[in-house]
Design a protein around this ligand. Structure first.
Ligand SMILES: [Zn+2]
Length: 204
């Protein structure tokens, strides 16, 4: 596999254009920007439920995308891209139940396949990359939202030195279990709603 020798274009996208990227054009490009959470509607909605005071107009996601073409031994081409996202996301600490911001940076790689069947059959155990359906109108905003939601911790927790739990737990009076009984089996561990996204993504 060799990287095809093609000029990489620096481009900038409007919000509307991020919803209809033409990956099928075959043009390699690099682009980056900042999106307030307000412009990522699924995230804005989730955040509104966690912390209505959170400033979704000023705070958001720094994003970057690089696309390229790999030329295969049999002359066919594979189109790939990586995205890098950096953001601070408001969550409720499951230890002390106070609000905090989880700082996250992630990089994900994708290969664009032309047939839905190829995407469905793409091995889930591939740790390097995920497969997506190639398109003339790819919705990058939706992908950013998916990646952010999938990256959130299953059980959000402060770094231990910032956690306020000791103030709540007077020794010998209440235990952690009195505060949220059975939490470890039910509320906390059983269901991260965002995990379902990962499954849906591949079942779709
Ligand atoms: Zn805490």
């Amino acid at each position: 596999m060799s990287l095809k020798n093609m000029a990489i274009q620096e481009v900038s996208f409007s919000l509307a254009n991020l919803r209809k990227i033409d990956f099928k054009s075959g043009q390699s490009f690099h682009s980056k920007g900042f999106l307030p959470f307000q412009d990522l509607p699924r995230l804005a909605q989730e955040i509104g439920q966690i912390n209505p005071q959170f400033d979704v107009l000023q705070k958001g996601v720094h994003w970057e995308i690089r696309t390229w073409v790999d030329e295969q031994a049999d002359q066919t081409q594979e189109h790939r891209f990586t995205i890098h996202l950096a953001f601070a996301y408001p969550l409720e600490c499951q230890r002390c139940l106070n609000q905090y911001e989880e700082v996250i940076q992630l990089t994900s790689q994708f290969v664009l396949l032309n047939e839905e069947e190829q995407v469905e059959n793409f091995p889930l155990e591939n740790d390097l990359e995920d497969a997506l359906l190639n398109s003339h109108q790819f919705d990058l905003i939706e992908l950013f939202e998916d990646e952010v939601l999938l990256s959130l911790p299953l059980i959000p927790k402060h770094p231990i030195e910032q956690c306020q739990l000791d103030i709540i737990l007077a020794p010998g009076i209440v235990t952690q279990n009195d505060i949220y009984p059975g939490a470890s089996e039910t509320t906390l561990a059983s269901e991260n709603p965002f995990l379902r996204l990962k499954k849906l993504k591949f079942d779709a």
